[in-house]
Design a protein. Structure first.
Lengths: 59, 156
C-alpha cells in the first residue's frame, strides 16, 4: 500500500516538473549565444574605441 | 559583449557601468565592447559618435558597427531583440540577457552588472597572472642584457 502511494506521488511530482519546465521554455525570449556556448570571431568596425576607423575582431 | 539595434532606453546607463567596471578591473583584463547592427553604417556612425560624446563613454567600451541587421550568423541574434548581452570568460558564455524593443529597464541593467563578478578571475588566478607577468618581465630584461653583452663583445 505504502509503495503504491510513493509511486503515485513520484509520478505526480515528475508530471508537475515537466509541466512547469514546458511553460518556462515556451515563454522565454532568447537571443544570442547561451551559457556554455563559445563566442566566435567576427569583424566589426570600431567607431569610438582605441582602434577607431579600423575593422577588427574584439572577441 | 553587447549587440544592439538602437541607441535607446537605459542602454547608456548599461554602457557607462560597463565602462566603470572595465576601468576598475584593468588588472583582471576585463574587456567590453558594443556592436550596433545596422543597414546604414554611416548614419549609425554619426549617431554613435554623438552618443559617446554626450554620454562620456570612454574607449574602455568601444562602440562598433556591423552592417547587417541580423548580425554575425553564429551568434543567433533574434530578429526581435533590441539588446542582447553576453558575458563570457575563458571562451564560454556565462550569462545571457536579451530584450525586445523597449523592454530593458534600469532593474535589468542592475541585474546584468551584478553578474560581472562571475566572469572575473578569482584571487588565485590573479596571483598566477601577476607571477606570469613578473617572470616574463624578468626574462625580457635578461634577454636585453644578453643582447647588449653580445653587441659589446662584437665591438671589441
Amino acid at each position: 500500500m505504502s509503495t503504491r502511494w510513493l509511486v503515485g506521488l513520484s509520478l505526480a511530482a515528475t508530471l508537475a516538473c515537466g509541466a512547469s519546465f514546458g511553460r518556462a521554455g515556451e515563454g522565454e525570449f532568447k537571443s544570442g549565444l547561451q551559457p556554455g556556448e563559445t563566442p566566435a570571431a567576427f569583424q566589426c568596425r570600431d567607431i569610438t574605441g582605441p582602434n577607431k576607423g579600423k575593422s577588427l575582431c574584439y572577441v | 559583449m553587447l549587440f544592439a539595434r538602437e541607441v535607446t532606453g537605459p542602454l547608456s546607463s548599461l554602457l557607462k557601468q560597463f565602462d566603470a567596471s572595465v576601468a576598475k578591473n584593468k588588472d583582471a583584463d576585463l574587456k567590453s565592447f558594443a556592436v550596433f547592427l545596422t543597414e546604414d553604417s554611416e548614419a549609425m556612425e554619426t549617431k554613435l559618435k554623438a552618443f559617446s560624446e554626450k554620454e562620456k563613454i570612454s574607449e574602455n567600451v568601444p562602440l562598433t558597427v556591423v552592417e547587417s541587421l541580423s548580425g554575425p550568423e553564429p551568434y543567433k541574434i533574434n530578429k526581435d531583440a533590441e539588446v542582447t548581452v553576453m558575458l563570457y570568460n575563458k571562451g564560454k558564455v556565462v550569462s545571457n540577457f536579451a530584450f525586445k524593443a523597449g523592454e530593458m529597464k534600469e532593474k535589468d541593467v542592475k541585474a546584468i552588472v551584478a553578474q560581472i563578478p562571475k566572469i572575473l578571475p578569482d584571487e588565485g588566478e590573479l596571483k598566477e597572472k601577476a607571477e606570469r607577468e613578473a617572470k616574463l618581465k624578468k626574462d625580457v630584461e635578461e634577454l636585453k642584457k644578453k643582447l647588449e653583452a653580445a653587441k659589446e663583445k662584437e665591438k671589441k
